[in-house]
Design a protein around this ligand. Structure first.
Ligand code: SI3
Length: 288
């Protein structure tokens, strides 16, 4: 389960329906062109928190059908509707997903006992493994090192997708939990995380920029930091433009420039203006 995982984009049509043909093209692009080690399905990048349970299942099914066993698959099943999480955990496990992941429950101020119960309930309901999805800047949920230790008492909880810039905490986690899987979640900080010894990374930008991410990760692991830093600089020039123009919409537009039917984002996310579409096209030509 180590390595680089794309947080998979999903192609939606103008009405917000899943475009199966487009989704299959995005998957193939990730397998054949960006060449990642695995896919993280129904995460933030899949616009997961704006779609129905049935749509989530359909995406899990299509991805597994297209990938078969070519790369590892992680199913993000987190939801503040625990019953939905349980249903999705069973569904993805039955399909053969290699691991599950669940975002920390958000919106209500759940206390740690509730969060721990959420993870144990989900993962104890299936024969699978759990990767905690920690993304405090969107959920408002911060988990301390002691709390991670408590969660890891359950051996089925095997790691964390760490989407945060707290490198002190990341370093403490690496030292304290040498056998747990730590994945970097911010692509713009991949080099710093790799230097601290993460086991891999999960990122939205890998949908198009997976090859540069691979170079950064491998150079860092070989100790070739100067070269890795140059590629991180180039990557971050790209990510800065991406964030300024509209993250997921621009990634989709770049995929379209590469011949992939990446579709549109699901409302309430808005469409790019014509001007921003032009910016995305220029970025595609400049970086890919
Ligand atoms: O769940 C997911 O789709 C992710 O893996 C998210 C991943 O951490 C991305 N975060 C978000 C909020 O999209 C990053 O890859 C992020 O897009 C990138 O670092 C640019 O900031």
């Amino acid at each position: 389960m180590k390595g680089l995982f794309t947080a998979l984009m999903v192609s939606y049509d103008k009405d917000g329906e899943i475009n199966e043909k487009g989704l299959r093209e995005i998957i193939r692009y990730n397998l054949d062109v960006t060449k990642v080690d695995g896919l993280y399905v129904n995460g933030s990048t899949g616009e997961n928190f704006m779609i129905s349970t049935e749509e989530k299942k359909e995406i899990f099914r299509i991805v597994k059908d297209e990938v078969k066993d070519r790369v590892k698959l992680i199913a993000q099943v987190g939801s503040i509707n625990l019953k939905e999480s349980l249903e999705l955990a069973k569904y993805a496990t039955d399909l053969g997903y290699d691991a599950l992941s669940a975002v920390t429950p958000f919106y209500y101020k759940f206390d740690f006992e509730e969060i721990k119960n959420y993870y144990n309930t989900i993962i104890n309901s299936v024969d699978n493994k759990m990767i905690i999805y920690s993304i405090p800047f969107l959920t408002g949920v911060n988990i301390s090192i002691d709390q991670f230790a408590e969660l890891f008492e359950n051996e089925k909880i095997i790691g964390v997708k760490f989407t945060a810039g707290d490198f002190y905490l990341l370093e403490r986690m690496r030292k304290t939990f040498p056998d747990k899987l730590l994945y970097a979640g911010f692509d713009e900080m991949l080099l710093s995380a790799a230097v601290l010894g993460v086991d891999g990374a999960i990122g939205s930008t890998f949908n198009v920029n997976g090859q540069r991410a691979r170079e950064i990760y491998e150079l860092a692991n070989k100790g070739e930091i100067t070269k890795a830093r140059e590629i991180q600089h180039e990557t971050n020039d790209f990510i800065t433009e991406l964030l300024n123009n509209g993250l997921y919409q621009t990634l989709k537009e770049i995929l379209k420039e590469k011949g992939v039917d990446a579709g549109y984002c699901r409302q309430p996310m808005k469409e790019l203006t014509e001007e921003k579409v032009e910016v995305a096209k220029t970025m595609a030509a400049k970086y890919f």
